[in-house]
Design a protein around this ligand. Structure first.
Ligand SMILES: [Fe+2]
Length: 324
């Protein structure tokens, strides 16, 4: 069974809406089609993230921070869900960044930084032919713009930056600060919030930044920072420090491999949660292949479809169809 079939089956096994639908109704078929379109985008984004083994769970965290901030800033459920999807997809263009630059642990040269700065345009071009491109393009193309005009790729000013891009950019920067890398620990939440505070109006939108700081100080980010899915904290390889991501589908006895040092772990049930125990063995090439977190994709699709009127999604597909 192919990846999309499996994700589609997971979405259908837990219907997105509570509306009673006649089997095979047009709406049900439309919902299934839109779910497949969304799943294809999210799957692409997930595999892009899998190229960079240092950033375990980054897309999920950015999408959750973005959902919270969008809701807190007064947007309705559908708008917040759209921005959250933008958070999941924002780094699509990293597919085009060479491994040597993406995984570099020391300071980037100016030339290397210029290569990094191509990823928003690259993501935008990748998205170009997708039927739901219009829905998330602001996040993909403009998440590195800054209110003071010093961002990229366009150098837009505060009022020119779309709300989705402002929210996703802020959440992306906060996750970069609070995430651990093998060569440095993530900073404490309060320290990252105070950095946002001192850059309000320059790097970060002042109003959104203040709301986000309030969320952090009210402890509403505590179950997202350091997690890769609802209720699943990140684990670390004891040998090399790389992040190990446990999926909802995993169970006690499953094997997990560190994609950096190839160390093998077996998952043990410790007081109801899974904990990786090193076996001392090494994984083979096939053990180290990234395995798509199908449940995470299916849940994200299901939550998005449930929050957004089908008509909005259909309009996005139709406007992309007309402009292509
Ligand atoms: Fe980015």
């Amino acid at each position: 069974m192919g990846i999309f079939d499996r994700v589609g089956q997971l979405v259908r096994s837990q219907p997105a809406t509570s509306k009673a639908l006649a089997p095979e109704s047009n709406q049900q078929m439309l919902e299934a089609h839109l779910s497949s379109l969304l799943a294809s985008l999210l799957t692409m984004a997930w595999f892009v993230e899998a190229r960079d083994p240092y950033t375990g769970g980054h897309l999920w965290r950015v999408s959750r921070f973005a959902l919270l901030l969008a809701e807190t800033s007064g947007l309705n459920k559908a708008q917040a869900a759209q921005i959250s999807l933008g958070g999941f997809l924002h780094d699509l263009g990293k597919i085009g960044i060479p491994d040597a630059i993406l995984g570099k642990t020391s300071r980037l040269t100016d030339d290397e930084y210029d290569v990094i700065k191509t990823h928003p345009e690259m993501g935008f071009r990748m998205l170009g032919g997708h039927p739901l491109a219009d829905f998330v393009k602001d996040a993909v193309l403009l998440h590195h713009e800054r209110p003071d005009g010093k961002g990229y790729p366009r150098g837009l000013l505060e009022d020119e930056i779309p709300l989705m891009a402002k929210i996703v950019g802020l959440c992306d920067a906060f996750d970069a600060m609070t995430s651990s890398r093998p060569y440095r620990s993530g900073m404490p939440i309060e320290k990252a919030l105070s950095i946002i505070e001192s850059n309000l109006g320059t790097q970060f939108d002042a109003k959104l930044g203040s709301l986000f700081i309030d969320l952090g100080r009210q402890k509403q980010l505590d179950l997202i920072v350091g997690y890769s899915d609802d209720g699943i904290p990140l684990e670390q390889c004891q040998a090399c420090g790389l992040t190990l991501v446990i999926h909802k589908e995993h169970k006690a006895g499953d094997h997990l491999f560190c994609r950096q040092c190839t160390g093998e772990f077996v998952l043990d049930d410790v007081n109801g949660s899974l904990s990786p125990i090193a076996t001392g063995r090494r994984g083979s090439a096939s053990d180290l292949e990234p395995h798509l977190d199908q449940q995470l994709i299916a849940n994200t699709v299901k939550q998005s479809i449930a929050a957004m009127p089908i008509t909005d999604l259909t309009q996005a597909v139709m406007s992309n169809f007309k402009s292509s």
